[in-house]
Design a binder for this molecule. Structure first.
Ligand SMILES: [Zn+2]
Ligand SMILES: [Zn+2]
Length: 192
């Protein structure tokens, strides 16, 4: 029998299109008592499925669903005492609930192309209608979390069926943002 990979429970049955005018809402962790609540003002951008080993994923999922918002639009509403930073040395300072493990927001604070942005998991919105993921990043990395290499062709074709173009790093838009930042920093690229 072929090895079955769950891409993500919110995507396995098909990618549900979000609303163009999604206005943000409240992210809630998985705790039944005293859940952490984080308000997001406005919509999310660059939503995607991510196969990296650092993102929070629901049980059984090979991929996370992760997007960015301006950090200025993030406000911890309730039970922020339950949050702790997963890895203080990482570019993304992922703030996780110490009890249930869900990552609630991850700001980028150091000098980086993504400085000022926070990574969030839109599936934790209590509201429906968040913009759907449009690509899959770091696909090969799911091998690092235990997917057999022999399953990868099937995973990539499934991602394609779902409309999530698979990339083994970020998508071209975001890779160009990173390279532009690096080139400007090195002085190779002058501001136009
Ligand atoms: Zn929690
Ligand atoms: Zn990731």
């Amino acid at each position: 029998m072929a090895y079955q990979v769950s891409i993500h429970p919110a995507l396995d049955a098909g990618v549900k299109k979000g609303q163009a005018n999604f206005g943000g809402g409240t992210l809630v962790c998985a705790c039944t008592s005293r859940p952490v609540k984080v308000a997001i003002k406005g919509t999310v951008a660059h939503n995607h499925a991510c196969g990296c080993t650092k993102c929070w994923k629901p049980k059984g999922a090979a991929f996370s669903v992760v997007a960015v918002v301006p950090t200025d639009n993030v406000t911890v509403l309730e039970n922020g005492d339950k949050l702790a930073v997963v890895d203080k040395d990482a570019v993304i300072l992922r703030h996780a609930c110490k009890e249930c493990g869900v990552h609630m927001y991850g700001p980028v604070e150091r000098d980086h192309a993504f400085k000022g942005l926070s990574f969030v998991h839109p599936e934790r919105f209590q509201e429906a209608g968040w913009p759907e993921p449009t690509f899959a990043a770091f696909v090969s990395s799911i091998i690092e979390s235990g997917t057999p290499p022999s399953a990868m062709a099937g995973v990539r074709s499934r991602l394609g069926e779902l409309g999530l173009t698979p990339y083994d790093c970020l998508n071209p838009t975001l890779m160009d943002v990173l390279a532009t930042f690096a080139a400007k920093k090195a002085g190779t690229l002058k501001e136009a």
